[in-house]
Design a protein around this ligand. Structure first.
Ligand code: PLP
Length: 379
């Protein structure tokens, strides 16, 4: 079997046509017709109040921190088991990051652990829907309402996924998505900010355009644009947006294929789960699966690392995921009291991710799962 990579970015074939029309049309900077079409697509399909394409999910998170006026007096609750950008955006603005544990059986933040972390300095809760599988947003919104907190959904993994039939990214005051080449829908590097809280909408446009009221100028609402707030160049160019639009046109086909792959993995590995060799991911009744990541848990770190090695010897590239942020070098250097978050630490040690990309064939999936079953010596 030829080497099976962890990821192979999918091309729909239409990217080339869209890029050619950009070359003919000669509008390369941000805010062109392709960006507008992408934003309208997201707003309509997922019922988002307002979507703004950004250069990455990281930059969308940075806009969130600016919009909430995060300062040194604020505390932000985030899951420790996440990518560094979730924390960095708020850390940069001087906030104190308060890390929350994951659930015992899921990488997602434990909704029941949040309330005890809230102080009179807490300003926002950031949740991450790991692998596109929803955090219980009704519980989160209830806590936020009780303590008057903002909610941000880091929905980097979560395009086309739902909680109680409502799209992820439509619950929080703000939400952020990633279109990095490892994501279901990709444009190399790209992202999106969703603004559900209408009171933040106007300022989001300003901050994302270098702190100027250029957006109002383009709409003809002001005679000239000028510096009115802080901000940066957060918007992507039209080349990126044109590429992304080609992907969006095939989102249903892409999703269907990824779910088929995910289901095949799940069914093939059920035998190991039934015999307590591994723990497969759990998707509860109110949650959907967008097949962004196929992961499962091994018993311990040694076993997980041995399995990754075993797959590598067999030409299969697998991966583990986040290093819990509360144990990072940065946090160790900054905060004297190192906390223990047992679920996040256990998940960091035991989670393994398998290759998942559009072109992965059934015979490759069968080969991968056979090698995993061999590893556990289970027939
Ligand atoms: C949970 C989470 N948030 C944010 C990001 C950053 O996304 P981007 O690479 O688009 O900045 C990632 C990256 O994968 C992520 O996993």
């Amino acid at each position: 079997m030829d080497k099976i990579p962890f990821n192979k970015p999918y091309l729909t074939g239409n990217e080339k046509n869209n890029l050619e029309s950009i070359l003919n049309f000669k509008h390369f900077a941000c805010n062109g017709q392709f960006a507008q079409k992408c934003e309208q697509f997201f707003e309509q399909k997922y019922n988002f109040n307002k979507a703004i394409l950004t250069t990455s999910c990281t930059s969308a998170l940075e806009i969130c921190a600016i919009l909430l006026n995060i300062s040194q007096n604020d505390e932000i609750i985030i899951p420790s088991y996440t990518y560094v950008s979730t924390a960095n955006a708020f850390e940069k603005q001087g906030a104190k990051i308060v890390f929350a544990d994951s659930k015992k059986d899921s990488p997602n933040i434990d909704e029941n652990e949040i309330e005890k972390l809230i102080t009179n300095k807490t300003k926002a809760i950031v949740v991450v829907h790991y692998a596109g599988i929803a955090v219980d947003m009704h519980k989160i919104l209830k806590i936020a309402k009780t303590y008057n907190l903002f909610v941000i959904e880091d929905a980097a993994h979560s395009i086309n996924s739902y909680f109680k039939e409502k799209a992820l990214g439509s619950f929080g005051n703000l939400a952020t998505f990633s279109f990095h080449e490892t994501k279901n829908i990709q444009c190399g590097e790209g992202g999106m900010l969703v603004i559900n809280d209408k009171t933040l909408e106007n300022r989001a446009e300003i901050v994302s355009m270098n702190g100027t009221n250029k957006s109002a100028f383009i709409k003809g609402n002001v005679a000239k644009y000028e510096w009115v707030d802080i901000g940066s160049t957060f918007l992507p160019n039209e080349i990126t947006a044109a590429f992304l639009l080609a992907q969006l046109e095939q989102i249903d086909i892409i999703q269907q294929k990824r779910i088929e792959i995910w289901d095949n993995y799940y069914n093939n590995l059920q035998i190991l789960a039934n015999n307590n060799k591994i723990i497969l991911p759990k998707i509860n009744e109110n949650e959907t699966n967008n097949a962004h990541i196929f992961y499962f848990f091994c018993k311990n770190k040694d076993e997980r690392n041995e399995l990754i090695k075993h797959l590598k010897i067999n030409n299969i590239q697998s991966s583990f995921h986040y290093s819990s942020l509360h144990k990072s070098i940065y946090v160790k250097n900054k905060y004297a009291n190192i906390i223990s978050l047992p679920n996040a630490e256990h998940i960091e040690d035991t989670l393994i991710r398998l290759p998942l990309f559009f072109e992965l064939t059934n015979s490759e999936i069968n080969y991968i799962t056979e090698k995993i079953i061999d590893f556990f010596d289970y027939k």
